[in-house]
Design a protein around this ligand. Structure first.
Ligand code: AMP
Length: 308
């Protein structure tokens, strides 16, 4: 079985959407990525950090999903990373109300020895210095390195972020962040510019409008499943990334054709994530539900066209 190494925040989130509000629930980029990747036949490990305030039951939850957490450091006297966000009526828009780095501030990641030769590395959202340190600890070149980041790091660690971007094969980024990173409004131009910075594949996530995969002159467009009810989009981007890398890690194939399927798997998994608050839906998701949603995706996008 291939090995997938996931780096990213493991966090407390406080979320407000037009449909309700939560106080300090389980969140974090690595959490969503790992929960999503747990639907594939891969060995997955997380590198991250939490404080002594992080409940044991959350660690058990990850372990029960077969996620290796030996690289998840617990700083007993520290506090877990905290993020607070509020969504507008247009759920594609959100404001970050608070980001408290806490234990992340002085975090020195340690990649578990068994994962220094990982096949796929997912650099989830977290300080670019930590992402770089993880790459430096690898003893073998992975088949694929995927990076996800956000505006926060563009504003706080620009130079280091550019250094990471140079080293990865794939970047997954949302539309607004792609624009912020490149200064280009057109997503096609933004993707072309990002490709000159390093990654040979660029995935631009557009929330409820789906995702675009760019590679050279090729573009693949995947829709998001039109859902009757979206409760909370938090973690959708990370869940997408987890499905994307989980599928690639399971198949071990990094061709454009295969990455198209990875985008669909990522989109299908993300469509579950938004149905409930926080990680709730991903915690209970069964594989047969995923299969039927993939079929829905196929029906949604398949058509024959008669060319004159
Ligand atoms: P998404 O909705 O996919 O962008 O991801 C939301 C998750 O990202 C939340 O669970 C947060 O804990 C986490 N998050 C928010 N801000 C940051 C940040 N600056 N760095 C890393 N993770 C973050």
């Amino acid at each position: 079985m291939n090995k997938l190494l996931v780096v990213g925040t493991v966090a407390f989130d406080a979320i407000e959407t037009p449909f309700g509000k939560t106080d300090k629930i389980l969140g974090g980029a690595a959490t969503y990525i790992a929960l999503s990747a747990s639907h594939f036949d891969v060995n997955t490990a997380i590198v991250s950090v939490v404080g002594g305030d992080f409940p044991e039951e959350y660690l058990t939850l990850l372990k029960n999903k077969n996620v290796d957490i030996t690289g998840l450091e617990v700083v007993k006297e520290g506090k877990t990373f905290f993020w607070k966000g509020k969504y507008h009526n247009d759920l594609n828009m959100r404001d970050t109300l608070d980001t408290q780095l806490n234990v992340l501030e002085n975090f020195q990641p340690v990649v578990p020895e068994a994962y220094t030769d990982s096949d796929i590395v997912m650099l989830g959202n977290l300080h670019p210095a930590v992402q770089l340190s993880v790459l430096e600890q690898l003893t073998e070149k992975p088949k694929m390195i995927v990076l996800d980041t956000m505006n926060f790091w563009m504003e706080h660690a620009w130079d280091l972020l550019l250094e990471v971007i140079k080293k990865v094969n794939v970047i997954t980024i949302n539309d607004e962040e792609a624009r912020q990173l490149t200064g280009e409004h057109s997503l096609v131009k933004a993707a072309q510019k990002i490709a000159t910075m390093g990654p040979e594949y660029v995935v631009i996530k557009k929330g409820e409008h789906g995702a675009l995969l760019f590679h050279g002159n090729q573009i693949f467009s995947a829709p998001a499943l039109p859902l009757e009810e979206v409760f909370d989009p938090t973690g959708a981007g990370d869940t997408f990334a987890g499905g994307f890398v989980g599928f690639v890690a399971q198949s071990g194939n990094i061709s454009f054709e295969n990455l198209k399927s990875a985008v669909i798997y990522g989109s299908a998994l993300a469509s579950f994530c938004v149905e409930k608050f926080g990680t709730e839906r991903m915690e209970s998701l069964e594989s047969n539900s995923l299969t039927s949603r993939l079929q829905q995706f196929q029906e949604l996008t398949h058509y024959d066209i008669l060319l004159k």
